[in-house]
Design a protein around this ligand. Structure first.
Ligand code: SF4
Ligand code: SF4
Length: 100
C-alpha cells in the first residue's frame, strides 16, 4: 500500500531489480562525492558492520536522509544504504536513551 510515509514509487523491470553480487570496496569515493549530506557512506557501512556506534555517531550517520544515491552509484554494488539504515536506527536509539 501507499501510506503517508511513502515518498515515491519506483517501477523497475525484472532485470533492473536484480541485485548484483557485492564486491570489495575499491575506494573510488563515488559514494562520498554523490552524498548530498557530505557523509562518507563507505565508512558508515564499515562502522555499522563492526558495530562501532561511537564512530558512526561521530561521523554523523544520523544525518543520512536515506536517499540511496550512494548505493546506486557504487560500482562494487555494496549495499551501503541497507547497512547505514541499520546503523542509523541503532545510533538514534542510543541518542534517545542518552537524552532520557
Ligand atoms: S562507491 Fe563503493 S567502491 Fe567506491 S568507495 Fe564507495 S563503497 Fe567503495
Ligand atoms: S543514503 Fe545517506 S549516506 Fe547514502 S548518499 Fe544518501 S544521504 Fe548520503
Amino acid at each position: 500500500p501507499v501510506t503517508k510515509g511513502s515518498s515515491g514509487v519506483l517501477l523497475l523491470t525484472k532485470e533492473e531489480s536484480i541485485r548484483k553480487p557485492m564486491q570489495d570496496c575499491i575506494r573510488c569515493a563515488k559514494c562520498v562525492n554523490v552524498c548530498p549530506m557530505g557523509l562518507n557512506p563507505a565508512f558508515l557501512m564499515k562502522f555499522t558492520i563492526y558495530k562501532d556506534w561511537e564512530k558512526a555517531e561521530a561521523n554523523y550517520i544520523q544525518d543520512c536522509i536515506e536517499c540511496g544515491s550512494c548505493s546506486y552509484t557504487c560500482p562494487a554494488h555494496r549495499p551501503l544504504l541497507d547497512q547505514i539504515r541499520l546503523g542509523k536506527g541503532k545510533v538514534m536509539g542510543i541518542i534517545r536513551a542518552r537524552k532520557s
